[in-house]
Design a protein around this ligand. Structure first.
Ligand code: UD1
Length: 361
């Protein structure tokens, strides 16, 4: 049986791995060895996902932790190299666009180990955003590129990459559909004392927004105005964002916004499913809101999930208090979401088949 190392390290990767890893084991498709870089390490940024989603303990935990981009990437590369030397896998599977993804792809391709990239072909501005740099490089060195949509395939075709490219659909849709019966909606609504459709869920962690005091302050001011208009604003705060709010002395500029600790997958999805709408700069949450039938205002200059913006379901918005209020006022909450934009919930099988076909498994 072939051996593939699945390399994860950050929150959205745990969610994707939960489903794909499970399906690989069910189908006995290959020996699936899990390696965690340690990029995310807090209980609420990492462990909770393993517990909630039943992800097995990784065979290796590299314990890399936080640091500058160079430090994090370099340490991850060094630590992973030893694992690859020892394990001699037939391929390395990476997800998305984080520094863990980049480090994994660089080490493997230099060791002549084929790279499988799940969520390939996403492109968005600004080009100098860390995630965008990571995506472009990882796609360039990958042997199997699994795209969520035809738009993603076209993005890479335009860059001259055509071998090993598959449209598999989005694995986050698979897991959303499978886990939906477990979303603890009643508990969440009760614990937070909010009523269905009476609140908005906000997440924000992109360095583009939160590392810039003016942008962060402007968004918080916009959220405060929304909260004062009578809609509850629930804001699970990413550690990066919390840190910046402290550094920039912005902790008290939005007193009516309810800041929460980061949430696990099931808790967050329970809230999203019952929200009025979502405000976010997260890539994953833009899609998850759509899967839950909720519209999202995306606080970024561009979206990797073009289809949702082009169909008018999601709205791009500048990090500006007035613009945010305008976007909220302009939301029509009565329209139905477009159908099956990212496949029909069988991406895990499609990915397994794409890998098997390309790597002769
Ligand atoms: C990373 C990804 C981003 C992804 C996001 C999901 C990169 C370049 N970016 O961004 O694409 O959407 O994960 O969350 O890889 N921290 C903690 N505890 C943790 C993790 C982080 O306190 O468990 C703090 C640290 O201060 C750290 C900061 O958050 O420096 C940022 O973490 P990092 O992993 O660098 O980037 P994210 O913003 O999480």
């Amino acid at each position: 049986m072939k051996k593939i190392i699945s390399f994860i390290g950050a929150r959205p990767q745990f969610i994707k791995e939960a489903l794909l890893g499970r399906r690989v084991r069910e189908r006995k498709a290959w020996e699936h060895v899990l390696v965690h870089s340690g990029q995310h390490y807090d209980l609420r940024m990492s462990d909770i996902f393993f517990q909630e989603l039943g992800i097995p303990q990784p065979a290796y935990h590299l314990g890399v932790g936080s640091g500058s981009h160079a430090a994090m990437t370099a340490q991850t590369m060094l630590a992973l190299e030893s694992v690859l030397v020892q394990e001699k896998p037939d391929a390395l599977l990476v997800y998305g666009d984080t520094n863990t993804t980049l480090a994994g792809a660089l080490v493997a391709c230099k060791m002549d180990i084929p790279v499988i990239h799940v969520e390939a072909g996403i492109r968005m501005l600004p080009e100098n955003m860390p995630e965008e740099i990571n995506r472009r490089i990882v796609d360039r060195v990958s042997s199997v590129l699994c795209c969520c949509s035809e738009v993603a395939r076209q993005n890479i075709t335009r860059e001259g990459i055509s071998r090993g490219v598959f449209v598999t659909g989005d694995i986050m849709y698979d897991i959303f559909l499978q886990m939906r019966p477990l979303f603890p909606a009643d508990d969440m609504l009760k614990n937070l004392a909010v009523r269905r459709s009476g609140y908005v869920v906000v997440t924000m962690h992109r360095n583009y927004n939160v590392d810039c005091k003016e942008r962060l302050e402007a968004v918080l001011a916009g959220l405060e105005a929304i909260a004062q208009s009578g809609l509850e604003v629930l804001f699970p705060v990413h550690p990066r964002t919390r840190k910046r709010m402290q550094e920039f002395a912005l902790e008290h500029v939005a007193p009516h916004v309810r800041c929460l600790d980061p949430l696990g997958y099931l808790e967050l999805m329970a809230l999203v499913e019952n929200a009025s709408f979502v405000i976010t700069d997260s890539g994953g949450l833009q899609k998850e809101s759509y899967y839950a039938g909720k519209r999202a205002i995306v606080i970024m200059p561009d979206s990797g999930w073009r289809e949702l913006v082009d169909t008018g379901w999601n709205t791009l918005c500048a990090p500006d208090a007035q613009e945010l209020q305008k976007a909220v006022a302009g939301l029509d909450l009565t329209v139905r979401p477009p159908a099956d934009v990212y496949g029909s919930g069988n991406a895990a099988d499609a990915i397994i088949e794409a890998v098997a076909a390309t790597l002769s498994i």
